[in-house]
Design a protein around this ligand. Structure first.
Ligand SMILES: Cc1ncc(COP(=O)(O)O)c(C=O)c1O
Length: 394
């Protein structure tokens, strides 16, 4: 294989939040614990990223970064090649990651105590950044229709608070891995137009889509919504560069863009980290072949996880994941209570997974398990999980 996704890299003691922060965050202890929580992969990033970073490191001088036109062109080029949408590079503003962009959006486009709409269960940092900015989350639970999430826009129309200003739309969705269909995205856009909401389309997982599914860029599918739309895109999930902490806020409406840039400037975000900019640009210019090789590897891991859960843990069900490398497993049918499931996973299996309640209403009996790890590591984790629930098979 040209790219070695089977290579096991020791990530302990490397300032890795996923590994070194595991015990404190999710309880799995000891050197043989396996980290399957934070949404990043255990694979090396594309060789072109390493080469670009080495070139910079060898230069030895690491001053302030300037000249982001090439970075913006690389992002626009990637979106055009991979998703058929070529935003004007001038619409793109670099950000210190997507969550940081969400915070700036809330500060500029909503007031304290306003409601922010989220389809739950949803990426936990949505709730955190909403609370940190003294706004209120309006969770609209998704409907689990035969094991597949659907957004409940009728329910949302009935429950929408009058002070709702912004919707965080996660496309593809984390957790649960839905790739929204064209009609579903259109309905979300129409809803935001009708109810005068700013739509934030967080498309950070856009490239991690499995065979049989196509990601539709909101802006391309529904140009009418672009006047009230912020698209969030990044190279960081796709290429395992989360530590680069760089994303892009793409805004075609010049007034919205001016306001976003002014709040970003007010936070002192006038320049971005040199290494992060270099790494993400190299990835989006040269990472195609690497991503094309990665996706079938991840897809096999996804299938392995689903097979083992249904075979080894009677009553547990893994949702069919259409995108993302984040498995989503419901333990409600096992008859075990939440504490016991958590204890068996963290203490007996020594696996660090994300607890479902973190993701809000609808996540109570679930766990999120990151399967973007070498197959041997995943197999070991699944063997331990099977052992931890072996009494259910008797
Ligand atoms: C939907 C979604 N948005 C944003 C992020 C994080 O983005 P960043 O690291 O750029 O803040 C994640 C990470 O898991 C995510 O799942």
């Amino acid at each position: 294989m040209e790219f070695d996704f089977d290579k096991v890299i020791d990530r302990w003691n490397s300032h890795s939040s996923k590994w070194d922060g595991m015990e404190k965050a999710v309880g799995a202890k000891g050197r043989d614990a396996i980290a399957l929580w934070v949404a990043e992969m255990d694979f090396e990033s594309p060789p072109a990223v390493k080469e670009a970073l080495i070139e910079q490191a060898e230069r030895g001088t690491h001053g302030y970064y300037t000249g982001d036109a090439t970075w913006r062109e690389a992002m626009s080029g990637w979106l055009s090649r991979r998703h058929g949408w070529e935003p004007d590079p001038d619409w793109i503003t670099p950000t210190s990651g997507i969550v940081s962009a969400l915070g700036l959006i809330l500060q500029e486009f909503s007031e304290e105590n306003d409601h922010i709409v989220v389809f739950s269960p949803a990426y936990h940092a949505f709730g955190k950044i909403i609370a940190a900015n003294n706004r209120r989350i309006h969770n609209q639970p998704m409907i689990n229709e035969q094991g597949r999430y659907r957004m409940d826009l009728e329910g949302l129309a009935a429950s929408l608070p009058s002070d709702a200003k912004v919707m965080f739309f996660c496309s593809p969705h984390n957790p649960g891995g839905r790739v929204w269909e064209e009609d579903e995205i259109r309905a979300v856009c129409e809803f935001c137009i009708e109810h005068d909401l700013l739509l934030v389309s967080d498309e950070i997982h856009h490239d991690l889509v499995y065979s049989g599914y196509t990601h539709h860029v909101t802006a391309k599918l529904v140009p009418e919504v672009m006047d009230r739309l912020v698209t969030c895109a990044a190279a960081t999930k796709t290429f395992n560069l989360a530590g680069a902490h760089i994303g892009g806020a793409i805004i075609s409406n010049s007034e919205l863009r001016r306001r976003f840039r002014s709040v970003s400037n007010a936070a002192g975000l006038l320049s971005f980290p040199l290494f992060g900019m270099i790494a993400t640009e190299a990835a989006q210019r040269h990472g195609d072949a690497w991503l094309d090789a990665l996706l079938p590897y991840l897809e096999k891991n996804r299938d392995l996880l689903a097979d083992r859960v249904s075979r080894d843990i009677p009553g547990a069900r893994a949702m069919h994941i259409e995108a993302t490398y984040l498995g989503w497993i419901d333990f409600a049918g096992t008859g075990l209570d939440r504490q016991e499931v958590t204890r068996r996973i963290a203490e007996d299996a020594r696996l660090g997974v994300s607890p479902g309640p973190q993701f809000g209403p609808g996540g109570e009996s679930w766990i999120r398990l990151n399967f973007a790890t070498p197959r041997s590591v995943l197999n070991e984790a699944l063997d331990r999980m099977a052992d931890a629930f072996s009494n259910l098979r008797r």
